[in-house]
Write a protein that binds this ligand. Sequence first.
Ligand SMILES: [Zn+2]
Length: 458
Amino acid sequence: MGVHVPSVTGRERLEYDVRVAAALDRVEVRVCPSGFRVERLNAPSPGAARFLEAGKVGTPESEASCSGECEGVDLPATKRDECVSYAVTLPEQSPDATSLRRVGRDRLASPDLWLWVPTPRPAGVSIHARLELPAGVSAALPWPSLPLTAQPGSPIEFSVPETAFAWKAAGAFSHAALEPLSPELSWVSLGEGFEHAADVRAWILEGARSASLLFGRFPVPHALLIAVPSDRPGPAFGMALRGGGAAVTVFLNRHADAAALRRDWTTSHEFLHLGVPRLPLEDAWLFEGLATYYTEVTRARAGLISPEQAYQHLLDGFERGRRAGGALTLREESEQMHERRSFQRVYWAGAALALLTDLSARRAAGPTLDSALRSFAGCCAASEEEWTAERVLARVDAALGAPRFTELSRQWLDRREFPDVGEALRALGVAPGSQGRAVFGRGHDAALRDAIMARAAP
Ligand SMILES: [Zn+2]
C-alpha cells in the first residue's frame, strides 16, 4: 500500500476529519487531499471492509461500493482537492478482539480498522487528523498530537505518521483521560478499569524501568499503553504495535492484585520490544527471541526476580521450546508461527541465540550484546523504515565488532534442532537438576553467569 508519486509542490496535504458518535459505535470520516486527487481508497487492513457502512465511499457527485472482503475502491471521477467520505461502524465484538471490542462504555478500536488509505500519495505528503469526540471522551492513539485549541470540547489534531497506513496499530476511545506516567509513557485503562488500579500503574512503571535498564533509557521518545480489563484469569496478554507510533495494548484480569502483578512479566517484555523497530513476521525468532531473553535478564537486574529464578525460567523455556518443535526449521516456524501456534519454539529458540551471542561477546571481553543493543536502539528503535532481521543483525554485529549474531543465526535458522545451549549452560555452571530445578555449580564462565544477571544500581 506504500504507493507514492513524486511530490509536485512539496506542500501536499492530506486531512482527515473524524467524527466519533456518542455511543462510540460509529465514526464518520471525511478525507480531503490538498494538491492532489484521491484516485483510490484502500481498506486499512485485511477484513476492515466489513465495517465500512453500507459498503460505500462517497464523493460529492457519486458513490463507490466496496462490499465483502474488498481491498479498496477506485474513485475514477474525483477531482484534485476533492474530499471523499465514508463511515465505519464499530460493532461490540469482532473476529479480532485484540483490535476491536466494547469495554464497558469504551471502545477498543484500532485505527487500522477505520482509517482508510488513499493511493497513490505524493511522497512526503503531510497527514493530519482532526477528531471531534463526544463530551468527556478521549482518543487514545499513538499519533503525535498537535498543540492547538486547548479549549474543552474543541476537536483535537494529530499529525499522522505514514506507518499508520502500513502497520498494525493500537487505538481506543475512552471516557477516562490519558494519564502521563513519565515523559515517555502515557496510559489509559478502558471500561470500569481495574480493582487495584494503583498496583497496575506501578506494574506498568516497573516494566518500563526494567526495559530501560537494557537501553539506558526508555527505548522510544514516546509510547502509549492501553490497558484493557478482562475477566480472563491468569497472566496478562500484551502486544507491542508500531502503526502510527509506538503503542502497547495489554489485556489484564480486572482483579489482578499486587502479588499476581509481581509475577507477571508482560509489561517488561512488551517495552523491550520497543527497542527494535518493526520486523516482518518471518523474523519473529529475532524480535521475540531478544525480548524473551532480556525479559528474564532485565527483571533480574531490576530486582523483580532473583538471578536464580531468571536462569530457572531460561532453562524451563529452552526445554519447552525444544519439546515444541522439530518438524520445521526455525525459519519456517517463524514464518508460520501464528498458523502453527509455534510460539514456544520460536520465542525460546530466539532467546537461546540471544544467550549464545551474549556469552560469545562476554567471552571475547569486547563490547557486550547489551551495549550493542543500546547503541542500536539509540539509532533505530523508533525507525519508521522497513527492517529485516538481517539488517538489524548487521548493525548489532557492527557494534559487537564481530559477526557473532549473524553467524549463529546462519548456523541455526535452517535446522530443525533446537539451538544447542548445552555447552554454554555447562560453562555457566547452570544445570537442570532433578525435576528440572536449576543447580548452580562452578563452570569456567560462572563469573559471566553472575555478570549477566547482576543487579543494577537503583
Ligand atoms: Zn513478544
